[in-house]
Design a protein around this ligand. Structure first.
Ligand code: IDP
Ligand code: MG
Length: 201
């Protein structure tokens, strides 16, 4: 009853102001609000707007071969994002043709397929406020020659055909790619012990 009342007040008063809504939500223990809240693309049981965002990050075969997986993960952890899915896989051409559907007509597409199937990939789903935009900035320009120092591509690569890591480029792209690469049960909703200082801001 208490939980229902809090939800109703928030919904009626702050429905149009997502920022205020997020601050108010973080002030209440999650148990009062029905446990972990849903990520972007998913709905919690209530009709509250989603406050979480998720993106697909993948360490490509060159990154795995060069033992860069840990460094990529460390950057996302350090930034305060939350890992909600992780797996190593040998990617199929079928999955890649869906993942890179917009690039199928590009002259480099056959070489891209060869590169991406040349060894295992480590795929991850990271969650957090504006994680799509932030992770594109952290990964850097598609062409490492133009990527800034401090970005993954700027620090670890020099050629567009071996650029170490993938990051979804938009909210819609992230949702599409996460569904393509992960089954729902492979993604975990969990609360970090430092949830209030990293995630609920
Ligand atoms: P993104 O990975 O930064 O989102 P996209 O344009 O979506 O860049 O291209 C997907 C991937 O295709 C790149 O990360 C890179 O591996 C590859 N790629 C893009 N452009 C070229 C190119 O001109 N030559 C070779 N490979 C390319
Ligand atoms: Mg892209």
């Amino acid at each position: 009853m208490q939980r229902y009342t809090i939800r109703r007040i928030l919904q009626q008063t702050y429905l149009s102001d997502q920022q205020t809504h997020r601050c108010l939500l973080s002030a209440f223990p999650s148990a009062l609000l029905g446990g972990p809240r849903a990520a972007a693309g998913q709905r919690s049981k209530s009709s509250l707007p989603d406050v979480r965002e998720r993106t697909l990050i993948a360490v490509k075969p060159d990154g795995v071969q060069r033992r860069l997986v840990g460094q990529v993960i460390q950057r996302f952890e350090q930034r305060g994002f939350k890992l909600v899915g992780l797996k190593m896989l040998q990617v199929s051409e079928d999955l890649l043709s869906q993942h890179y559907c917009e690039l199928r007509t590009k002259p480099f597409y056959p070489r891209l397929l060869h590169y991406m199937t040349s060894g295992p990939v480590v795929a991850m789903v990271w969650e957090g406020h504006k994680v799509v935009q932030a992770s594109r900035a952290m990964v850097g320009h598609t062409n490492p020659a133009e990527a800034q120092a401090g970005t993954v591509r700027g620090d670890f690569s020099f050629h567009v055909s071996r650029n170490v890591v993938h990051a979804s480029d938009s909210l819609e792209g992230a949702q599409r790619e996460i569904q393509l690469w992960f089954k729902g049960k492979e993604l975990l909703n969990w609360d970090c012990c430092d949830q209030s200082s990293t995630c609920d801001v």
